[in-house]
Design a protein around this ligand. Sequence first.
Ligand SMILES: Cc1cc2nc3c(=O)[nH]c(=O)nc-3n(C[C@H](O)[C@H](O)[C@H](O)COP(=O)(O)OP(=O)(O)OC[C@H]3O[C@@H](n4cnc5c(N)ncnc54)[C@H](O)[C@@H]3O)c2cc1C
Length: 396
Amino acid sequence: MEKPDITIVGGGLAGLSTGIALAESGIDTAIVESRGKAKADIFGFLLWPPGTRSLRWLGVLPEALREGAELDSLAWFLTERTDTRIQVDLAELGAGTFLGIRPSRLESVLRDAALRAGVRILDSVDEWSLRRERATWTVRLRRGEDTTELRTPLLIGADGSGSRLRGELGLPSSRWQPRGQAIVTGVGGPLPARESRQALSATGSGGCVSLGDKASWLYSVEPEADAAADPERALRRYAELDGLDEEYAAAFDQVERAVVVRPWTVTVPRWATDGAVLMGDAAHGMLPHLGLGGSLTLEDVPLLREVAEEAVRTGDFCAARLSAFQRRRQARTAYAQRISNQWARVLCSTTPGARTARDLAMRRMARNVELASRFYRELASPSVPSLGTRMRMMML
Ligand SMILES: Cc1cc2nc3c(=O)[nH]c(=O)nc-3n(C[C@H](O)[C@H](O)[C@H](O)COP(=O)(O)OP(=O)(O)OC[C@H]3O[C@@H](n4cnc5c(N)ncnc54)[C@H](O)[C@@H]3O)c2cc1C
């Protein structure tokens, strides 16, 4: 039997990065993960400065940049008017590092760092069950033929948007997804520039993000019927736009696999209970339309470490103490969920006038790059954006 101070359920982005932070402050930490190896990549991470700041704080940003690409620019354009183009130079923006990286590469960087820090990673877990007695959890694990027990005073739920732990703890949640809309996603060949580039068309949107010298993330947001009918075709549509030259189109020829996904926004009113707290997608899963979910997950880590460290130091793991984490994170994660939902609605809206309003807003931003820059700068800052920025977003 093992007796870690903290047991994290889920060894993805949230679990591994939190494991590093806790172990480095001398907290004995174990991670319970159901997978045995990294999943095949079907998308890429565009990590905003809130995410890369945490990677720097964890000491892994230089390695992550070697495995992926620091982006130089973000571009948006309207497919029917390629002259309507918003191009933000990220060095000029001065908001911090934007990173494009394959999820499997980031996972391997974090996993190595977690092992170096002394985290015990129990992966390939086939089954686990929970019991709580006298303020201590017993987690009983089965891995193949072996069974192991962990006794731990604090559980961290980092098992993603469909979190089983959340259900076991009796913490309610609700889900929302845009009706009739799907995302087609795949990893393709390299792009000629280190950028994220998104096109908005009459029926949806599509784009590409550089993931380094060998790969890019290609995606399109489509009416569900179009996406399901021919996913490869839906992705390729954006390679054939006027704004994309042949070098970009070549990236689309090398797609490993085009997959249709329908992610959810997950709202969890209460993130903590006695002896357990949720984080990452398990607490605030969001639609990937603005690429904010992973960054906000990484941004959880320094604060959660503060709250968990204090709980371990005082031996007080009650819900009231652990809820400090939610109190300090909720405004920002709720804001990111809200604008991701709004953006998802705007992309494929069939409401009369919605597309015209979207395109007018894009044209305004294209004429006034400072407006777009301010929006990016505020999203990249660690605070909740100002009322002014929120109003401008609502007008989109
Ligand atoms: C198509 C798509 C594109 C995206 N693009 C971006 C982007 O560009 N930028 C960005 O920042 N974010 C993006 N995201 C969001 C991002 O992937 C998530 O926000 C992030 O992965 C959340 O990390 P997490 O560790 O909380 O959850 P997950 O990454 O889901 O990790 C959960 C872990 O828990 C494990 N697990 C699950 N159940 C159990 C169980 N019962 N027992 C033990 N282990 C379990 C899983 O195997 C997994 O390893 C995208 C998401 C999608 C779907």
